[in-house]
Design a protein around this ligand. Structure first.
Ligand SMILES: [Mg+2]
Length: 340
């Protein structure tokens, strides 16, 4: 059976520019793909590349889409090259949704982590998140001077509810002495884990630190694409794996891989629209649960509300997700001329 393939690119501003260890990030580009069958049913998929994380670029994803035939069969939808992991994710999830509309994600209620802004604003944001019922919060660090952020740590932690936990995400900004300072500061405090202390390619000290300190360490950027994930799985990384499904290629192969290695995964979003978020969350619902909150604090990140999934609050049920009908997102995007 073959289906009609269409695609529309988007460029969208964030509600608030994101301040990370890599600088200010104000907008993202992606592509929405649409599959239509002869019965008039349709499904959407999202290509949301983050080339700094090792995925294809927006330009290469666009070139791939423009070269695809207008009619696709299952073989074409399932054999997107590994060099295009975001395209692989979009086409496989769109294909699955179209072929098996009666096979939604299992009924699950997922605890959600919320994202705190970098710097002193995290204190008030943590208090607001506690008032809304969140118990797991992630704070971006490595943005300002370490001494300033370390001084803020107790103040942020004070805002957490009883039993609450804080995740720290350094986005690869630390060196070894800084990482040691933080790990010492986190001892005996409710810090669930420290995420990506060192840049990709310079992670080696995490191995000894993971043995030396009780606070868990998670890898995120280091395991974003399949080849790197496989390398750390093979190595037997004893920490946590932060997995961004929309960057990780085929969902079917990803779940198989994580299951095969019994990896302790925390799933996370990558600034997708409602289309990519829905597909990623359906994958999370299929993965074995480990009680850790899901890192989808980017929900609602776009200034244009038509692109956003509604804010689910501190928990997300897959029943609720299934009720979120796709809005007029496809119609809102404009077409691009196809390459000859
Ligand atoms: Mg991270």
């Amino acid at each position: 059976m073959s289906v009609r393939f269409e695609y529309r690119p988007y460029r969208a501003s964030f509600r608030q520019p994101l301040l990370t260890a890599h600088g200010v990030w104000a907008e993202r580009e992606g592509i929405i793909v649409r599959l239509l069958d002869d019965a008039g049913r349709e499904s959407l998929g999202e290509i949301a590349p983050l080339p700094d994380w090792g995925t294809e670029t927006f330009a290469s994803a666009l070139a791939f889409c423009s070269a695809l035939p207008r009619q696709l069969d299952e073989q074409a939808a399932r054999t997107v090259p590994d060099a295009l992991p975001c395209c692989q994710f979009a086409l496989e999830t769109a294909w699955e949704t179209l072929q098996r509309p009666d096979h939604p994600a299992p009924v699950r209620t997922l605890p959600m982590a919320t994202l705190l802004p970098a710097g002193a604003g995290a204190v008030a944001a943590a208090a607001r998140a506690t008032a809304r019922g969140f118990t797991t919060m992630k704070w971006k660090v490595g943005v300002g001077p370490a001494a300033t952020e370390l001084a803020l740590l107790p103040r942020v932690l004070e805002q957490l509810p009883a039993g609450g936990q804080l995740r720290l995400d350094a986005n690869g900004a630390w060196d070894l002495p800084t990482a040691r300072l933080w790990l010492e500061a986190c001892a005996d405090r409710p810090v669930e884990f420290i995420e990506q202390p060192f840049p990709v390619g310079q992670e080696e000290p995490v191995i000894s630190l993971a043995n030396e300190f009780a606070t868990r360490i998670a890898l995120d950027e280091s395991v974003a694409v399949r080849a790197n994930l496989l390398r750390w799985l093979e190595f037997g990384w004893p920490g946590i794996y932060v997995i961004k499904p929309s960057l990780a290629g085929s969902p079917r192969r990803l779940l198989h891989l994580l299951d095969g290695y019994e990896a302790e995964a925390v799933f996370s979003s990558a600034f997708e629209t409602a289309v990519g978020l829905r597909a990623a969350l359906q994958l999370v619902a299929r993965a074995p649960g480990n009680g850790r909150a899901v890192g989808f604090g980017t929900i609602g990140c776009f200034a244009d509300e038509r692109l956003n999934l509604p804010d689910p609050g501190p928990t997300l049920s897959t029943k609720w997700l299934a009720r979120q009908a796709p809005g007029p997102l496809w119609e809102h995007l404009s077409t691009v001329p196809r390459a000859a």
